[in-house]
Design a protein around this ligand. Structure first.
Ligand SMILES: [Zn+2]
Length: 275
């Protein structure tokens, strides 16, 4: 599943190819993805210039003067900029054709999603889509830090891992990044959120930022693939310390890593290094 770093990598890969370009046509090959695609998408976008491609949580927003297309990659979605003549596959659900650039044939922004858990929605100018309301701060923003986590967590009995993965607390910290950040900060994922000290939350916020920023740079190594029909976002699974390593030796102390289910998600941690 694309996590925040892959979505941000997608945004950085797309932006130079679509920002400032005008939308020629929108082709919807099915009326729905996870949710019905609202009629505004096909009605409002043609003729509009793409002013910016932004990210909020794991949503991508393509801003135009008429409103914003809101995209989510779901479990298996991808966005690629391709020559307009590229053959259409079974899972290529949406094409947004861009006006041709000087000396270049036309291109399409193509949304592909085999499992169709992704979505394409519409946000009118001056409004915030309901899915984007009530979200916590971006983890890489200044609003997210140890003091913020400490203040918000007082009195909370939920495990700190569940707290960290709550989108109302902070957006985009999925299972992989929560496990890795808690390992780096030396905090047990089982500890009650309200029982973690301010000092340890400072270490946790720093770990979240460092790990996400690093993952984005790793994703960035495959940016060229966004022009390639076979392109896929970058991952750095082989570099993970905790996630997916249940029963293996802890990279820090060598003892066997523990594994349990917390908040319906598999969690791996070291019972010695993480308290
Ligand atoms: Zn250990």
């Amino acid at each position: 599943m694309p996590e925040l770093p892959e979505v941000e990598t997608t945004r950085r890969g797309l932006a130079p190819h679509v920002e400032g370009r005008r939308i020629h046509t929108v082709t919807l090959r099915r009326p729905d993805l996870r949710w019905p695609i609202p009629p505004e998408v096909a009605r409002e976008l043609p003729g509009q210039r793409i002013d910016a491609v932004r990210r909020r949580a794991k949503y991508l927003l393509m801003d135009t003067a008429a409103g914003s297309a809101v995209l989510h990659l779901g479990m298996s979605g991808s966005l690629r900029v391709l020559p307009a003549t590229t053959r259409v596959g079974a899972h290529d659900h949406v094409d947004i054709a861009l006006d041709s650039e000087r000396g270049r044939s036309g291109r399409v922004l193509r949304f592909t999603d085999p499992r169709r858990f992704g979505c394409l929605l519409w946000q009118p100018v001056g409004q915030v889509h309901p899915l984007l309301q009530g979200l916590g701060p971006e983890p890489l923003s200044d609003a997210f830090d140890g003091d913020y986590l400490f203040a918000l967590s007082r009195g909370r009995r939920a495990p700190v891992k569940t707290f960290l993965m709550d989108q109302a607390v902070v957006v985009g910290v999925g299972n992989i990044y929560a496990a890795e950040s808690l390992f780096r900060a030396g905090i047990s994922p089982l500890r009650a959120a309200g029982k973690v000290s301010r000092e340890r939350y400072v270490a946790l916020a720093t770990a979240v930022k460092d790990i996400l920023a690093y993952a984005i740079t790793r994703g960035g190594t495959t940016l060229r693939d966004f022009l390639n029909p076979d392109g896929a976002p970058g991952y750095f699974e082989q570099e993970l310390s905790a996630y997916g390593r249940g029963g293996e030796a802890c990279p820090r102390c060598g003892r066997a890593m523990k594994q349990a289910t917390i908040g319906q998600r598999t969690t791996v941690w070291c019972g010695y290094c993480q308290r």
